[in-house]
Write a protein that binds this ligand. Structure first.
Ligand code: F6R
Length: 243
């Protein structure tokens, strides 16, 4: 794998955005795996700027997001559907028929998970999967322990994750949904290429565990070390605990 350590969060998010843009410029019909969260806001802002200023087009691009909260409909302002529309899909020329997120409001979540796996396969698989890392070491919402062969499924969110994401829910961890639908670790490992982006001092300890500790289902992000084509992009604060 490649490890890029950039001086600050702006430089790190710009590097991640450039890798995504390159993928689209090499293949206008690329299939991208996308993530949400605070870290990715800067990535999508840069991609939107490249759409505006450099004619980067998303019209042929297919996307699959990692996860969605159970119980939130696509129109809920806290849903990841809403996040993606706000930060990327609306600002660029995304084709609504080609963008996919798990439906957190599905009447039959199990059937929704199976359909999501089929849709990824029908699209030919994911060429580049963007990943963040959570305080629990999760990628997607694969809380520990998540076996490395897990598929898209309903998971219970850790208390630490509900605290991590409470700021988006008025600061109250109890307001964060208890469950999510997430691609599994096995689903993620099937992407042709992985791009993990993390910034800020709060990520330093869990990154050291994921990148230098044991490869274990107790730290889902450690699974990326089993993948043959991984790029990790960090800022110096996030990289501070690496040896
Ligand atoms: C979100 C996702 C999560 C986040 C992680 C970091 O789709 O898959 O794994 O990437 O929780 O979130 P932030 O960037 O808010 O620290």
């Amino acid at each position: 794998g490649r490890l890029l350590i950039l001086p600050d969060p702006n430089a790190a998010t710009a590097a991640a955005a450039r890798l995504i843009a390159q993928t689209i410029r090499n293949d206008a019909r690329a299939v991208l795996g996308l993530a949400t969260g605070r870290t990715m806001e800067g990535v999508y802002a840069r991609l939107a700027a490249m759409h505006r200023d450099e004619a980067l087009s998303f019209s042929g691009v297919t996307t699959f997001n990692l996860d969605e909260y159970v119980g939130l409909s696509a129109s809920d302002p806290n849903s990841y559907h809403h996040y993606m529309r706000t930060h990327l899909f609306d600002p660029v020329d995304a084709d609504p028929a080609r963008v996919h997120l798990p439906d957190g409001a599905a009447a039959d979540p199990g059937a929704e998970c199976a359909a999501y796996e089929r849709a990824i396969r029908a699209a030919g698989g994911i060429a580049l999967q963007l990943l963040g890392i959570g305080d629990t070491g999760h990628i997607g919402f694969n809380e520990p322990p998540s076996a490395f062969d897990t598929r898209t499924r309903v998971v219970e969110l850790d208390e630490a994750t509900r605290r991590q994401n409470a700021p988006m829910f008025g600061g109250d961890p109890e307001a964060v949904p208890r469950e999510a639908i997430t691609m599994g670790v096995g689903t993620i490992l099937e992407s042709k290429r992985l791009l993990l982006l993390a910034t800020g001092p709060a990520k330093a300890a869990i990154l050291a565990a994921a990148l230098e500790g044991p490869v274990t289902p107790e730290v889902s992000a450690s699974a990326i070390r089993l993948h043959p084509d991984v790029t990790v992009v960090l800022d110096t604060d996030a990289a501070a605990a690496l040896s």
